[in-house]
Design a protein around this ligand. Structure first.
Ligand code: FES
Ligand code: FE2
Length: 461
């Protein structure tokens, strides 16, 4: 419940904020039960210590389900993409015409260890090593050992197939697991997530923006920053006129996952003026196809007005699926898929962010962002989706992955602000004076994530 006077607010951590206090027991936006992860302090060493990174490799990355990419990126038989995680590289390939005909293999040649593919995406009938042209079929079976007659039999008699990697799909994502016998099926691992997200129909969405970059920070420093909105008033204050950064619903889910439901088209309670139609709200109205000049009402009415306009309009266009709730017409539903993916979800699509460790440097990570949308022929996606003007959102062309350097433009201004902040935090964590993280309840998703990470690192999971 929002307080009439923000300065007099109080917070009960067992109760939390509810984005819709009237949500029914089975409503998608119902407040989920509080999970008490204690008040312990997270030690800074996990953000720079090479031994922690090595333990993460042994205990986490090689044992957990990971999002490798999108099934729609390999629509035809023989299409493949490469997914690198830590020191490993994996080829994900479409082996046939059925929806389940996707396989994954270690991207390494059995002759002398060359990588088989180097590009992000490709297509072929075989995988041919560029070094001495050994060749494998799409199903991983060996097709050719060049000049086999010159190998003595013990070296080739096993006809080495490509080494398979476990893979499965949900929501249009291809997941891989480097553990040959994963402790959990993908379904068990995802828990209630697929049911919660089913109304968005991710499987029908396509990539319209794809950027990969490297930041000088541990992957968890950045992930932590994207699991909370506590820093928004300070780092991204430009968005406060149309974004409630305080009254948010934080829900903790199974297996370290979580969500954060955030009101868009609502003025931050930190701002004094809660009534005037500010430029941010005008932008939100325009985005929704409404005329700000003729809008009658105060800033407090904008969010609901947009919902009442947008839902029937989307229904008429067949873009409002069963199971979506009115608040989703404006709000940002942020989900965390353990261990390294966040999604900011709207009915039009979502922002995908992925954090991959740099195998050579615990103080570096690879940052991937993609914008994944329900295909639209003409309509422009909402401005907060971060899609550049002129982008083809019809799904007919899949953009190339852009590789940009840290600090180069291309992420959009909010993410660029984060990209400047995160490496500076990394430096501070090295200080002898820093005695560990103190997480507020606004940061309960970070605590939940680290508690799950600890279960992996300790061997409990
Ligand atoms: S290393 Fe691949 S064929 Fe020689
Ligand atoms: Fe941020």
């Amino acid at each position: 419940m929002k307080f009439a006077n923000f300065a007099e607010r109080s917070y009960d951590h067992q109760v939390g904020w509810h984005i819709n206090p009237d949500a029914g027991e089975n409503a998608p936006e119902r407040k989920l039960p509080y999970v008490d992860n204690g008040t312990g302090r997270i030690d800074a060493a996990r953000y720079y210590d090479a031994s922690v990174a090595a333990r993460e490799w042994d205990r986490l990355w090689t044992r957990v389900w990971l999002i490798a990419g999108r099934a729609a990126d390999i629509p035809g038989k023989g299409d493949w993409f490469r997914f690198d995680i830590g020191k490993e590289s994996v080829i994900v390939v479409r082996t046939g015409d059925g929806p389940g005909d996707i396989a994954a293999f270690y991207n390494v040649c059995h002759h002398r260890g060359n990588r088989l593919v180097m590009a992000d995406f490709g297509h072929g009938d075989h995988f041919t090593c560029a070094f001495h042209s050994w060749q494998w079929n799409l199903d991983g079976s060996l097709n050719r050992i060049t000049d086999r007659d010159t190998f003595r039999e013990p070296l080739v008699q096993d006809n080495p197939a490509l080494t398979p990697v476990q893979c499965d799909q949900w929501g249009g994502f291809v997941f891989i697991n480097l553990d040959p016998a994963p402790a959990q099926t993908l379904t068990d691992f995802l828990g209630s997530l697929p049911a919660q997200l089913a109304p968005f129909h991710f499987e029908d969405m396509v990539v319209v923006k794809d950027v990969e970059t490297w930041w000088p920070a541990n992957w968890k420093v950045a992930l932590d920053a994207f699991l909370e909105s506590y820093h928004v008033h300070s780092i991204h204050s430009e968005i406060l006129p149309f974004y409630d950064d305080y009254y948010q619903q934080w829900d903790l889910l199974e297996n370290g996952m979580s969500r954060m439901l955030m009101e868009f088209a609502a003025v931050s309670p930190r701002l004094e003026d809660q009534d005037s139609l500010n430029d941010g709200l005008k932008m939100m109205l325009e985005d929704a196809g409404m005329d700000p000049a003729s809008f009658e009402g105060s800033a407090r009415d904008v969010r609901k007005a947009i919902q009442r306009h947008k839902v029937p309009a989307y229904q008429a266009q067949g873009k409002w699926d069963d199971g979506l709730v009115e608040n989703q017409a404006t709000d940002d539903w942020a989900y965390f898929i353990f261990p390294n993916v966040t999604l900011n979800i709207h009915p039009e699509g979502f922002l995908f962010q992925r954090f991959r460790p740099d195998p050579k440097d615990p103080e570096g990570f690879i940052y991937d962002i993609q914008v994944i949308l329900r295909p639209v022929e003409t309509a422009r996606p909402p401005v907060y989706m971060g899609v550049e003007d002129g982008t083809d959102c019809s799904g007919k062309t899949r953009p190339e992955r852009r590789h940009i350097r840290h600090g180069e433009p291309g992420l959009g201004f909010v993410l660029e602000q984060d990209s400047m902040l995160v490496p500076v935090v990394q430096q501070g964590l090295r200080s002898r004076a820093f005695k560990g993280m103190r997480f507020s309840e606004q940061e309960q998703r970070l605590r939940h994530f680290h508690a799950e990470l600890d279960r992996y690192l300790s061997g409990e999971k």
